[in-house]
Design a binder for this molecule. Sequence first.
Ligand SMILES: *Cc1c(COP(=O)(O)O)cnc(C)c1O
Length: 464
Amino acid sequence: MTIFAEGKQEQELTSDWQARDHRHYLHPFTDHRELGNKGTRIITAADGVYIRDSGGSEILDGMAGLWCVNLGYGRQELIDAATRQMQQLPYYNSFFQTAHPPVIELSTLLNEVSPPPFKHTFFTGSGSEANDTVVKLVRRYWDLLGMPGKRVIVSRINAYHGSTVAASTLGGMSEMHKQTGVLLPDVEHIEQPYQYELSGGLSEAEFGLQQAGLLEQKILELGAENVAAFIGEPVQGAGGVIIPPETYWPEIQRICRQYEILLIADEVITGFGRLGEWFGSQRLGIEADLMPFAKGVTSGYLPLGGVLVADRVADVVIARGGEFAHGYTYSGHPAACAVALENIRILRDEGIIERVRDDTGPYFNRRWAQLADHPLVGEARSIGLMGAIEIVADKIRKERFPKDLGAGAICRDFCFDNGLVMRAVGDSMIVSPPLVMVRKQFDELVEKAWQSLDLTAKTLGQAL
Ligand SMILES: *Cc1c(COP(=O)(O)O)cnc(C)c1O
């Protein structure tokens, strides 16, 4: 790989970059004082499923960037698509009775690859904006139907739906709620289907029904005439790759139908192949009314998000007329749409999603499950190409390490030093590899994870 050949000059630059980074760059989701002490890792290049830092280290990207680089790095077709579109028409909006070919073609292609009821797409620049759009679409839908009282959106504790004020409110992250201050009204949260932490003695099937039943309880408490929608990630991502029991989504679906509330599947991570189907909803049997997406739609090469709108909602919003007073300057950005078109074509023409479903997914699931044999691992779970392990002090009693030890962060740092990106959510370690990863790279991922767990165990043993 030529891009990994010469890193010397960059090494000399690293400390300078780190100093200027600290002086001028305010990072997202970061404790600045802590980062200043540790120093930023500067990523300078990437190819395939590896990234390279300014010290010249090659690192296997177990997170596909931030759940998004599904085709891996360096796909020339995506670069060419962006270049061609920028030469032809780098920007135009679609506010005032205008449109351009890439946004029309992409809307059409999304209709082809999504389940039949989804014929329309509203575009945004990100997943957070997609979920802001969801809030407004849901309210507009019930207003137009003459039921403006249906306003409450039910979400879940520890959900992640993005970081704008509306998306933070929909999410169930308590730290984000605290710092957001005034949250949107009419959003309620129920407990999540986190089996490892919450199932007590219940069987998986019972636990799934119990957690889904919390939605019914909430609806009865609020009155169905006041509830507009339920939103959930098919598999919670940022919360720690929380895979619901098989009984969970069918029961949620039943409840939504019974009480006539819209069902929103936040497909920002699970869309475009991560679970071995085009959408996570298809894998888990969810028939949603709205599907916000982002991340994998462009493999992260350019920012793009949107909301797939099912006929039930689109028919009302379109047929009843009146302006939907919502949009972004970059809604349907032509270059981003051109990249998405090429990305989706490659996913389809190279059969990448089928490969995840039939081959690499099951292989990863088997290899990942072996991590459960490690003395530090309380559970190793995965679905499609999403995986998590729970780091525990006592496997049998499911006892965690004291929080201030930061077991997850210790493990994450060992992973990085060992040439693997694995993310820590508290003491859960999570991965979401590029969809193009091959078997021997999954072997490498699991071996590096095991070695890093060994080193973590040693460090924690000394700390206790
Ligand atoms: C990342 C994410 C978002 C937010 O997307 P951004 O592009 O970061 O705004 C929303 N929902 C889910 C499930 C996500 O993982």
